[in-house]
Design a protein around this ligand. Sequence first.
Ligand code: SF4
Length: 132
Amino acid sequence: MSSYKVIPCSGIGKVHGAIAREAAIETCKKSNGECELVCLAHLVSGDEDAKEKLKDVQCITIDGCPAMCAAVNVKLAGGEIKESVRVIDEMKKHRGIKPGTATYLEEDGWKVVDNIAENICNTLDLGRVEAK
Ligand code: SF4
């Protein structure tokens, strides 16, 4: 079983949401099987199977903006959050970049995706073992 569940927000209409989703996928790729994605919408719908996935594991949430929909709803579903990231905070470190749009990430946007995934993996020491 994966050590961490990764839940991105469902941001639509802004580049921050697109980055959150891609960063969640990239984190899972870099983790070599130590992370697994969980669908936020599935959790929010109150589905018991989705809630069950959060039992006895730690969660990583990646949110586009300060509303922090992923973090708020993971907590409401009883999940324990080990790491919570906001795309907006990462973007502040790179003022003036052109990340792309809600539907298309430019090279700068992919760099932010990579930075977020790399930071999470470094912080939690993920992806150090060979893929299973
Ligand atoms: S955290 Fe912000 S960008 Fe993400 S779903 Fe919520 S309101 Fe939208």
